[in-house]
Design a protein. Structure first.
Length: 213
């Protein structure tokens, strides 16, 4: 039976990993400024494929080793919650600048391949997915549920694509109003969500340890 909530969870994870303003976001925003919606979207789609690759490795890896993970569930959730909080703090402290962009002469395919390469070679991305999938606990697909893992990955892809579609569309509309300060506020919001997610995981572990859950 298809668990639609796995898709919903995946969408949330996909948005969380796409939202922080980094090199790919800057590329997407600048290309949307210079060349329009499709060029900006191409930069985002390249990153989505890289995120999808890491999400698949994390989801199928954790599903295949579910018996081992079950024995260390609390440890994985503890580490995952702490990592999310650290990532959230780092994201909130970033200071992105619109001036640091890529070439406006690149083709759509070249732009997508560039953003894919930028994302797939970032070790923080794979560590982040491992942290998130490892900290899901009983919210993750059941042991051996590869259909559930696939639904979760598809949700990540859908969330990422939706985010980049939103960003490229928004920038095309508000080109003259976006500032570095606006980018910082986006990072602060995304970082705060990651911190709250990590804190919720740690809070749930604490309640379980104290016998409240």
């Amino acid at each position: 039976m298809i668990d639609i909530w796995l898709v919903v969870k995946g969408i949330g994870i996909g948005i969380l990993f796409s939202a922080p303003i980094g090199p790919v976001n800057i590329m997407c925003i600048q290309l949307a400024f210079r060349r329009g919606f499709l060029a900006g979207l191409a930069a985002g789609i390249g990153a989505v494929f890289a995120d999808g690759l890491f999400a698949a490795l994390a989801a199928y890896g954790f599903t295949a080793t579910a018996a081992f993970i079950a024995g260390y569930s609390s440890l994985f959730q503890l580490v995952g919650g702490l990592v999310l909080i650290v990532f959230g703090i780092r994201i909130m402290r970033m200071h992105p600048h619109l001036a640091a962009g890529g070439s406006a002469r690149d083709s759509i395919l070249s732009t997508a391949l560039t953003s894919f390469g930028m994302t797939v070679t970032n070790p923080a991305t794979v560590l982040g997915f491992i942290a998130v999938f490892g900290s899901l606990g009983d919210l993750a697909p059941a042991p051996g549920d590869y259909l559930g893992a696939t639904l979760l990955v598809l949700g990540v892809l859908a969330g990422g694509c939706g985010w980049w579609f939103f960003v490229a569309s928004l920038v095309s509309v508000v080109r003259d109003k976006l500032t570095d300060r606006g980018l910082e506020r986006i990072n602060q919001g995304a970082g705060a969500v990651l911190i709250l997610f990590g804190a919720a995981i740690l809070g749930r572990l604490a309640c379980a340890a104290l016998g409240f859950a």
